[in-house]
Design a protein around this ligand. Sequence first.
Ligand code: ATP
Ligand code: MG
Length: 256
Amino acid sequence: MSYLLRNKILKAVDNVSLELHKGESLGIAGESGCGKSTLVSAIMRNLSPPGKITAGRIYLDELEITKLSDKEFDSKIRWKKISIIFQGAMNTLDPVYIIKSQIKDIFQTHGQIYDNNKVVKIMENVGLDKSVLEKYPHELSGGMKQRIVIAMALVLEPDIIIADEPTTALDVLVQTQIITLLKKLKEKGISIILISHDLALISELVDKIGIMYAGKIIEFNLTKEIIFSPKHPYTQHLIFSTPQLGDPFREKDIKF
Ligand SMILES: Nc1ncnc2c1ncn2[C@@H]1O[C@H](COP(=O)(O)OP(=O)(O)OP(=O)(O)O)[C@@H](O)[C@H]1O
Ligand SMILES: [Mg+2]
């Protein structure tokens, strides 16, 4: 996946290889700008211009989805097989429509009839009362809006949910609630790709982690291996830089 800048091709993501099995969850972590959002935007064909995929293949079961036309991808894969919660999605809810209208749109775009019972059940699954459907985004807290975008990702019952920094800008308690919610979805058999720069947070949920640096996956392993015996020096630094409350070794370096 590359961006064309001043007639020069810059590879934002290069030579990345990942595998996700049914019901499994995969975390992608790495510093800001390393290419996490570019990677998932490429999977979902949402690269912003001048970004484009220059090489590579993506398979969903036996189907090579990179071979599908945009129209086929939109009708067969997007929302139905893979849903993405974009970074900052909760801030992109349309301010002039109530939540129900925005969810109706998803059904209509896919030629389906709005199913209120199903939507109310999904709202319950994400911990929201059905009355929230009648509200405008400005009437909801950040945590509620984040649950709404997760609910929206669920309405067409996808097999895979990609969540790009779903807990950023939320307080730690709401962060934990969102991770618990994603855990419940995982228990229901949904595969999850969770992107975050917060290694401690994602390690609570994911089975395996890919560490990205400068557009490449530099280490890919089971979560416990990454956390307790990181091999790559960058992963080691990333883990060391994760703040740990009550760690006396770190506290002595903190000066007020
Ligand atoms: N539309 C664009 N045009 C040119 N370069 C871009 C574009 N979008 C992203 N980039 C560049 O691609 C690189 C990867 O960006 P990306 O948004 O994928 O990082 P990220 O890992 O998601 O960062 P963050 O943790 O801050 O969300 C960055 O160097 C960024 O500047
Ligand atoms: Mg990003």
